[in-house]
Design a protein around this ligand. Sequence first.
Ligand SMILES: Nc1ncnc2c1ncn2[C@@H]1O[C@H](COP(=O)(O)OP(=O)(O)O)[C@@H](O)[C@H]1O
Ligand SMILES: [Mg+2]
Length: 347
Amino acid sequence: MNERSGTLELEQISVVFRNKKQTIDAVRDVNITIPTGTVFGLIGYSGAGKSTLARTINLLQRPSSGSVKIDGVDITTLGQRELRQWRRKIGMIFQHFNLMATRTVEENVMLPLLHSGLSKQEKRQKADRLLKLVDLADRKDAYPNQLSGGQKQRVAIARALANDPQILISDEATSALDPKTTQNILHLLKRLNEQLGLTIILITHEMEVVREITNQVAVMDHGRIVEQGPTTQLFLNPQQPLTRELLVDGDQGADEMATLIKQYTAADRSLVSFTYREQQTDLFTLLKTIEQWVEKIKLVYNNTQRVENQLWGTAVIAVRDDEVANLQQHVAAHPAVVANKLLKEVD
Ligand SMILES: Nc1ncnc2c1ncn2[C@@H]1O[C@H](COP(=O)(O)OP(=O)(O)O)[C@@H](O)[C@H]1O
Ligand SMILES: [Mg+2]
């Protein structure tokens, strides 16, 4: 039970809140499988049900129906005692760090070890090891109010790791931090994922971060998962309008792109965008190849982004209307190109 496996399966999870006045279907029929060692992004607007779903994973919120399986064991069927054991497999961090103000950093990290059976000395050693892991060894005797927000979150992460969990849930843990600190914390999480094989479930608004450090993404809307899959696939080829809205349109390139589309609707041209692997080709070479087949193309936009640690280029080409089909056919056949799309037909 102490090995770091921890495949998580959520099956047909629903959560219904009822009070006198109304019934809220906060989570509806959610099915998610998260293999060990995955960084799994959960995104969606406020009120979508992300936190409620995340809380069902350690049964802080009992689902109204459905099962939560960790390594094949349905933990919704366990008694209190067994459940307590399994809960240790799951750590959680939040926007509010919930540190104890009257305890030192080291003591805060030792708190979850209260019933661990370790001696005081062993607890201290473990806390110190964890603080080293999050780069805070030198602040172990400080009190929380002597720390910056980023440092407090590091303490909270160390504390969440105290019982060697296999799964770490981060629910908007960086929402109160400035952008640079956010980046640091998220890269720390990625490092822990890699060093410890820790599965991380990341609820965040930071789409750049989703793009960089997650392997899988699920998009939630009104309690349902509307789209899920490998991060690269969702970024480069979103199927649902909401996915596009959250992941793609929020990007810096979107405004620029909209201006271009407007500008080029004036001419007798169409715009075709395509995405290609930068490891396989550079844009110049790619355009040279395309120019052998298609006349009078004009590059109007080019952007590079990092998704799941690979560089992807997005280019937009203006082309004569009667060449659109020809262009699309040839870019689609190019080995480095993964997707292409007619952006705007000009009439
Ligand atoms: N304990 C609760 N009692 C009643 N309604 C709740 C409770 N927790 C959450 N909700 C409702 O469930 C829906 C989903 O909330 P939440 O999971 O917090 O969404 P998110 O984390 O995506 O912002 C919202 O409509 C919210 O008001
Ligand atoms: Mg929430």
